[in-house]
Structures are given as structure tokens and as C-alpha cells.
Design a protein around this ligand. Structure first.
Ligand code: NDP
Ligand code: 8X3
Length: 250
């Protein structure tokens, strides 16, 4: 029987690549994001392979999250996999100089948004007595770097929430996988640097960065593991990366 995955942040980067990998594995898709044109594009690309529906909402808006999940027709509520991927970094700056709007965007999106989506979906998994939650954390959730403390804190929170989910949900047949990528070439740096393409490109220069599909492969591996196996944590660094901010560039 085919499975249904609910993927947040499916309009770009890791979320989009995960949707593509899932479609290749015959997993039906609820694709979520804030850009309807992008959602339509991804849905159009994948709907020849699997059943696809889209939901437009901002994860920071708890009423919108709940309304979106409630709006799903019953057959789409049989969710097997939740991928909590939506999130971004906003700015790089010291704690005394940092922009508090950036802090709000990161804490509200990466932490509270993930919680709102989870709160809406977990009851559906509990009702079925099975499921799998994949949370996209970061190497930044394990290793703090200067000027990125708020982003790092938001991802450290994801790591803790993953542990909490595993402790609460395993007994109900629901697995939790925490995925912590290193430097992945997506729109991430373009968003962090507010559209400054030159700055964003520099992040990935002089080495071969991870591609979104590399992370999607790992996510697919985790959700395809047999029932007797829980892939609890996956950390994936670029080949030339030895720590969050240590990248051996040529
Ligand atoms: P992208 O910028 O390419 O994708 C981010 C996705 O998140 C988009 O689909 C965006 O969709 C969605 N999103 C962001 N904010 C919101 C929001 N408030 N509400 C709903 N959707 C939102 O970056 P990545 O693919 O790289 O990032 C995906 C995840 O991976 C993030 O959680 C990021 O922190 C994490 N990560 C990224 C790494 C990297 O180096 N790239 C490394 C480690 C972790 P839309 O704009 O349509 O809403
Ligand atoms: C994204 C990777 O190292 O820029 O989470 O924080 S990093």
C-alpha cells in the first residue's frame, strides 16, 4: 500500500529534493510552502509519478497551520511520514548587533513553526498507531558558531524536540529521525543574506558542497528502514567539511 508524506518547505532545496525522492519511491505527497507558484511547479513535476496535493501556509501562523491540516480530505489525513523541513537562517550577526526581526523569524519559524505543524499532525499518527517524523536540524544545532548563535539555538532546539518526540512517541509506533546536514547548496544562503547573490555564492566556493538530493537520499533511507530499526540521528557533512565552520577550500 502506498504511503503519504507531509513535507514542509517543499518549494525549494532539501524539501523539494525530498519530495522528488519520495515520489521516486511511490510515496504520495502533501507539499507545503508559502509560494503557490512553486508548489504548483513541484506538484506538476511529480504528479505523473504519485498522488500530490498542496497546502499554502506559513508555519509561524498557528491558526493557518491547523486550518490547512484540517482542510485535508479524509483520505489525505492518513499521513505516514511528516518531514519538518521548513526553516531558514536570517542574517549573521553578533548578539548585541543582531536584528530582532531576524531572531523572530528564526525562532518562530524553525522552532515554534515545527512545533505547530507537529501538534497538528501527531494526533493523526497516534490515531493510526504508526508513523515517522523526520526533523531537519543542522550541524549548527550541534556546534555553535559566532554570529550565528540564534540560528544555532533554533537548531539545537530542533535536536531536543526530536529527542522529546522519540521519548513520547516510540511507544505508540511512531519513529523520530533527526537529520543534521552541513553545508548544502540551496536557497538557504540567499535567504540568510537577504537576496545578496554574491555573498550567497561565496559560501559554496572552493569546495564541493552537499546537494539537496544527498540529504533526501538519507531521509529516504531512514523512512524505508524496517520496523525493527529506528534511525535516530543522521549527521551529514560535505566531503571537505570537518565541522560547522571548518571547510577545507581549495
Ligand atoms: P531553502 O531556502 O532552499 O528552503 C527553505 C524552505 O523552507 C522553502 O521551501 C521555504 O518555502 C520553507 N520555509 C521557510 N520559512 C517558512 C515559513 N515560515 N513557513 C513555511 N515554509 C517556510 O533552504 P534549505 O532547503 O537549505 O533548508 C531546508 C531546511 O534545512 C531548513 O530547516 C534549514 O535550516 C535546514 N538546513 C539547511 C542547510 C543548508 O546548508 N542549506 C544545512 C542544515 C540544515 P517558502 O519560501 O515557499 O515558504
Ligand atoms: C545550515 C548550515 O553551517 O550554515 O544549517 O549553519 S550552517
Amino acid at each position: 500500500m502506498s504511503r503519504i508524506a507531509f513535507v514542509t518547505g517543499a518549494t525549494s532545496g532539501i524539501g523539494k529534493a525530498t519530495a522528488e525522492a519520495f515520489a521516486g519511491a511511490g510515496i504520495d505527497l502533501v507539499l507545503c510552502g508559502r509560494r503557490q507558484d512553486r508548489l504548483d511547479e513541484v506538484a506538476g513535476e511529480l504528479s505523473s509519478q504519485v498522488k500530490v496535493t498542496t497546502l499554502l501556509f506559513d508555519v509561524r501562523d498557528k491558526q493557518a497551520v491547523l486550518a490547512a491540516v484540517n482542510s485535508l480530505p479524509d483520505e489525505w489525513k492518513n499521513i505516514d511520514i511528516l518531514v519538518n523541513n521548513a526553516g531558514n537562517a536570517h542574517g549573521l550577526g553578533t548578539l548585541d548587533q543582531g536584528d530582532t526581526d531576524d531572531w523572530d523569524a528564526m525562532i518562530d519559524g524553525n522552532v515554534k513553526g515545527l512545533l505547530y505543524v507537529s501538534k497538528a499532525i501527531i494526533p493523526l499518527l497516534l490515531a493510526r498507531g504508526k508513523g515517522h517524523i523526520v526533523n531537519i536540524s543542522s550541524i549548527a544545532g550541534k556546534q555553535t558558531y559566532a554570529n550565528g548563535a540564534v540560528y544555532c539555538a533554533s537548531k539545537a532546539a530542533v535536536e531536543v524536540i526530536s529527542e522529546g518526540m522519540r521519548l513520547e512517541l516510540t511507544q505508540h509506533g511512531i519513529k523520530t529521525t533527526n537529520v543534521a546536514p552541513g553545508a548544502v547548496e540551496t536557497e538557504f544562503s540567499l535567504v540568510r543574506f537577504k537576496g545578496d547573490e554574491e555573498k550567497a555564492e561565496k559560501v559554496y566556493q572552493g569546495f564541493d558542497p552537499l546537494q539537496a538530493g544527498d540529504i533526501a537520499d538519507a531521509i529516504l533511507y531512514a523512512v524505508n528502514a524496517p520496523d525493527r530499526v529506528t534511525i535516530a540521528d543522521i549527521t551529514i557533512l560535505a566531503g571537505a567539511q570537518s565541522a560547522a565552520t571548518t571547510i577545507h577550500r581549495k
